[in-house]
Design a protein around this ligand. Structure first.
Ligand code: UD1
Length: 367
């Protein structure tokens, strides 16, 4: 049997969560052979392998092991190592996901080799070019052939930029598939590890370059968190970038100032979702947590001035608080345990992977 090939490129923690449902769905298509390429952008056990284990994602066919570096070097290294792989495999379609350096590098290599590129989570815009992710999003979308968007918001963004509507498909949010798959399996077990009760704590994550690469911003965030922790304890699974920057700026004393600021290593997906589900609120600059909190109905305070997840503000539980210390403290302490009413978002129903593979399969067969 001649098999068609779909080559999937991943590199970072959120990418792994996003492709897991695709690989389950691909099992229903014996005529499609998936090839998985891990760029190695993330490489620590807790940032990479643990997700392959937990989601039972097959071992990557290729690991490019590019590791960390400046944006230019990292993107270039991925491109150099990826080109021979794509030339050898000759896939029918290449899939890239999200907005990380691995996404842009993958799309560039494939499109220059005239291989159709499908971009999952296309059309998201924060309209803030200071964010490396925004540059990755815009460039990837304009060289992709199949733009798979999470909602009508994203489709509208692409249409405004002159992208042909025939290339755009509203498929929903792939992370919802992963979340709905495990939603009922999460428990309060992880809370025991932190000796804390349900709805008695806030969950903190910070890793964006704009917040971690600036001493002033990072310090303000930590000072606000310490203030909040006097009333509500905070659990803080720390991203390796953030840990490194806190050490470089010599502000690690702030992490030790209060036993009610509980700092821990990066945690697994299931533990993270358990912590989100049982939290009083989430304080974050992550993209994933903005929509995971919306789906779970947990208040989310986003420490950014803008967001590409506008829909979570309009329909969900998300609120932009920037990094004003007073605003963060005021909003966090003002949160009650009342659940905010959320509007259901069309296609965020756990069937996004099904829609994506159906579209890609029809594209392959139409050739
Ligand atoms: C990247 C993405 C970001 C995404 C995030 C998810 C880009 C531009 N940024 O940010 O959009 O939200 O992943 O986590 O692609 N490090 C380790 N171990 C690892 C990985 C990273 O120690 O396994 C440290 C290194 O010091 C590295 C730093 O974290 O320099 C930053 O890693 P990098 O992949 O460049 O960016 P992230 O901040 O993880």
């Amino acid at each position: 049997m001649i098999k068609n090939k779909i080559l999937v490129i991943v590199g970072t923690r959120p990418n792994f969560i996003k492709i897991a449902p695709l690989f389950s769905e691909l099992k229903k298509y014996p005529k499609i052979k998936p090839i998985l390429v891990h760029t190695g952008q993330h490489y620590d056990f807790e940032m990479s392998q643990i997700f392959f284990q937990d989601f039972k994602i097959p071992k990557p066919n290729y690991n490019l092991r590019v590791g960390s570096n400046s944006h230019g070097i990292q993107t270039a290294k991925i491109m150099i190592k990826l080109e021979p792989v794509i030339l050898k495999e000759k896939p029918n379609i290449v899939i890239v996901v999200g907005d990380v350096n691995s996404t842009l590098a993958g799309a560039l290599v494939a499109s220059k080799l005239n291989i159709p590129v499908a971009h999952i989570e296309a059309g998201m815009r924060s309209y803030d070019k200071r964010m490396p992710e925004e540059i990755n999003r815009v460039l990837t979308d304009h060289i992709s052939d199949i733009l798979l968007v999470t909602s009508y918001f994203d489709k509208r963004n692409l249409l405004k930029e002159g992208i042909d509507s025939k290339k755009i498909f509203i498929v929903g949010n792939i992370m919802t598939d992963s979340l709905l798959n495990i939603k009922d399996k999460v428990s309060e077990k992880v809370l025991k590890k932190f000796k804390i009760g349900t709805k008695k704590y806030g969950l903190l994550t910070v890793h964006r370059a704009e917040n971690t690469n600036n001493k002033d911003r990072l310090k303000k965030i930590l000072e606000a968190v310490l203030e909040i922790s006097k009333i509500t304890p905070i659990i803080f699974p720390i991203h390796p970038r953030t840990k490194k920057m806190i050490e470089n700026f010599k502000i690690n004393y702030l992490l030790k100032e209060s036993p009610r600021l509980i700092v821990t290593r990066p945690i697994s997906y299931i533990d993270n979702i358990s912590l989100v589900k049982n939290a009083k609120f989430v304080l974050t600059d992550s993209g994933g947590l903005q929509h995971e909190t919306t789906i779970l109905g947990i208040p989310c305070l986003t420490m950014r001035e803008n967001t590409e997840w506008q829909i979570t503000i309009q329909n969900g539980t998300n609120l932009l608080v920037g990094i004003s210390k007073n605003k963060i403290i005021k909003e966090a302490l003002g949160i009650t345990n009342m659940r905010k009413k959320i509007k259901k978002i069309k296609y965020w129903d756990g069937k996004t992977a099904q829609r994506i593979i159906k579209i890609l399969n029809s594209k392959i067969n139409a050739k």
